[in-house]
Ligand binder design. Structure first.
Ligand SMILES: CC(C)(COP(=O)(O)OP(=O)(O)OC[C@H]1O[C@@H](n2cnc3c(N)ncnc32)[C@H](O)[C@@H]1OP(=O)(O)O)[C@@H](O)C(=O)NCCC(=O)NCCS
Length: 211
């Protein structure tokens, strides 16, 4: 990986559809919206840090790499079929600041199965933003995509991420021992899951975005 990759000379256009009426998703404090090329500085500020990507399956991004990803796979389009993912930036509504991003994978149409992921700038952790954003993604997964079950897969050392999953009423269903060769060593993985009816029941009982 190198930071002096040649400049990308393709036109400065954003690939997301800005007219999709289902986006952005709004929560009490956040706007979850498609990322734009103009987010590159904010994205680099957290995705470029080793600390942010320690337990996720990619390395810190360079500006050139992140620009390429903004044009290709960090596209905020609503999935139309399995194998696709919704990737949204997390913006603080009060300030307009991009503080992270979240993802909802649609894994299987037959099994109505999906997966969530979340990533925040270190300066904006500890405020409940990841839980709030992921809760909106789960509601979207069940209400809009009609999923039945959504999982989160977490490195067992990533205690902050496991706490997010638990706050989202996700049940820990597995502790997989050394199941992945991850960044130079064997890593344990926790699997969390929540079903549609569990989500709806918990949400009704809590009358809020998350516990
Ligand atoms: C995983 C990650 C998103 C968790 O971030 P986080 O800030 O701990 O999670 P939240 O934004 O939901 O914040 C929850 C914390 O804010 C606290 N908090 C403070 N004010 C709050 C408020 N107004 N509302 C809710 N929570 C609040 C909560 O008590 C909680 O703290 P605790 O976990 O120590 O009990 C973050 O560590 C991260 O980005 N890591 C790098 C990427 C990564 O590993 N992603 C996960 C891959 S599986």
């Amino acid at each position: 990986m190198t930071s002096d990759a040649p400049a990308d000379t393709r036109p400065e256009t954003d690939p997301s559809d800005p007219t999709d009426p289902r986006l952005p998703l709004r929560t009490a404090r956040l706007v979850l919206r498609p990322l734009a090329l103009s987010d590159i500085d904010a994205l680099l500020a957290y995705r470029g840090q080793p600390e942010t990507v320690r337990y996720v399956p990619f390395e810190p991004g360079t500006r050139a790499e992140l620009l390429t990803r903004l044009r290709t796979d960090l596209v905020g389009a609503v999935p139309t079929d399995e194998g696709q993912a919704l990737k949204l930036g997390v913006e603080v509504a009060a300030t307009g600041e991009l503080v992270g991003d979240v993802v909802l994978f649609w894994h299987s149409r037959q099994h109505r199965a999906g997966e969530i992921g979340y990533l925040l700038h270190p300066d904006h952790q500890g405020r409940g933003y990841a839980t709030e954003a992921a809760a909106a993604l789960l509601t979207f997964a069940f209400d809009v995509l009609g999923l039945h079950r959504v999982v989160a897969r977490v490195d067992a050392r990533n205690t902050a991420s496991a706490r997010v999953a638990r706050r989202l009423w996700m049940r820990q269903e597995a502790h997989l021992v050394e199941n992945e060769w991850f960044k130079g060593g064997w890593a344990d993985e926790l699997v969390f899951a929540v079903l549609e009816d569990e989500w709806r029941t918990a949400r009704r009982a809590a009358d809020g975005p998350a516990r």
